[in-house]
Structure formats: structure tokens, C-alpha cells
Design a protein around this ligand. Sequence first.
Ligand code: HSE
Length: 326
Amino acid sequence: MDNTKRKVRVKVPASTANLGPGFDTLGMALDLYAWIEMSIVEETRITLYGDQMNGVPTDKSNLVYEVAQMVFKRAGVSHPELEIAMYSDIPLTRGLGSSASAIVGALAAANGVIGSPLSDDELFQMATELEQHPDNVGASLFGGLVVAFWDGTRAEHIRVEPNPQLEVLVAIPHFQLSTEKARGVLPRQQSLENAVFNVGHSSVLVAALCTGRLDMIARAMKDALHQPYRAPLVPGLAKILAEATNHGALGVALSGAGPTMLALVDRSSTRKAELEQFMLGTLRQEGIEATLMWLNPDKPGVQVETLTAEDERCTLLEIVKGGVNA
Ligand code: HSE
């Protein structure tokens, strides 16, 4: 098909990074989504739908537009004018991988528009380079649980199928915390003891998640490298980290750079209401309002669909609000 006639629609999941000890290493895709439609046109037009898009630029400084141009450059083609429509349910700057989902969605959409000349691995390398760590982008791209590292040149990953018993409760505080600020409080040097602590806990956590040892999650999901330094930025976090497993959580962590907190929960737990009350109550005691959401791990990762003339009769908003699968 002629590239200039193709229109793609991409559905890309949110993600949680670190899962406690796996700083910049572990990511899990979540069933909260952003959608991007893209086609090549005569004059650029960027349309944003939904509250999460407030403040996002609609000119050529838009991140999705810029990332698309990087894909075209890498593929050796030139398409400076794009029609882009975006909708997102992923809250911005809350630790649920909104920027990673925008990057992965833009890479996948732009690659799809020109007939997919770049491999998933090339997209993963580009996404990691842009984000500077592979955890969120790996999860949004590949879905499931992603174990990854980046040596500054190449990112490597292994995708693990999420355990079907795992459900996720996130508490999303009603304030924003930039990744830049949350990384800025981390010490540049750490002790050997802290390094050993995290290598051990992260390794056992991955083994527990791979083998279905849900009983081990509470003991393995502990961190010495970033959460203790970030706790002062998120009132209530220290108590939630220390006590959520006494209220029905299998394990608990700061989601990415925060401020969202994430609890892994056994799907058949009878203590879900108790956990909800504990998390909300703890945050309220600190004067923090938060929204709770029950989520599931997303399995497919980013999904790209080439639209037919019939699909194009529905707008992006109609598709999203109608619950039609992209
Ligand atoms: N691993 C990253 C961090 C995720 O914790 O800073 C946030 O982008």
C-alpha cells in the first residue's frame, strides 16, 4: 500500500516500573491505555481528546510528532506533514508511564504508517534511548512483565507472562511529581550493602513472579536504592510500604518515580476493601487525596491496526468511548 494512503490506530498500555527493587530494570504493562491515530497528509493537524491531554502541544513540538520524525529519519523516508489524533486515560506525571506510552505509541504508529520497516527491537532501542531507561518503554512495547537492562548502548529484555492470579491496586495521589525531581533526590553513589540488597531482592522477586511463588512477593518486594530517598516526596508512602502487606497486599511499591503507589494483590483475596481503606486512609491522614484503581497486567503490549475505509468512519473518541477494541 502507498504510505500516503495508510492510516493506523495504536493502542498502548500504561506501565509500572521498578516493582520495588528492580530500579530501572523491571516493568509491568497495565490495562490502562492511550490511543494514537496517525496518517500522512498535506498539512500537519494534531487533535487531542480527553482531560489527560491538557497542556500537551498541538504543533510540531508535540512529542508524538517529534518521535514519528525520528522513525522516518531512521527508515530513510521524509514525511513532515502528519495528521495525529490522541486520547489517553493514563494520568500524566504520576508514575504510570505516560511519557513511555506516548513514545512507544508514536514509534509504533509512525513505523506502521510507513509499512513497518523497523523491527520491535529497533523500536525498543530507540524508546530506551529516549527514556534513558528500558523499564516503562519495554512494558508498553512488549506487554506483560519485562525484565530489562540498558548499558547505554543496547537494551536487552526478557518478557515474562504475568501470573493470572495477580491483580493490581494503584493509589494515584492528586498531585504531580516529575520523574526529573524524583530522580534528582537519589544519591549518585550507593553502598555495596544496598547494591547487594537490591540485586538479591530483585532476583528473588523475578524468580517468584516466574514460578508463581506469590507467598514470596512480600519479602522480595523491598528496595534500598530509591524508595527511601523518594519517601519524603510522597507523604504516606513510608507507612504504606511498611504496612500494606498487613492489610491484604502481596507486595507494595512506589510505581516508577511516583507519586502513585502500587499493591500487588491475589485476585481471589477477600481483603480488597480493607486494603483500599488502609491506602486511602493513610494518605488522607497526610492530607493527600488519591484515586484508587483496580488494574490488571496488560498482556499484548502495543497494538497497531491499519484502518480500513470502514474503520475510518468512526472517530478515535467514538472508538475509545464505545469500548471498541483497537
Ligand atoms: N525507573 C524509573 C525511575 C521510572 O524510577 O526513575 C520512572 O521513569
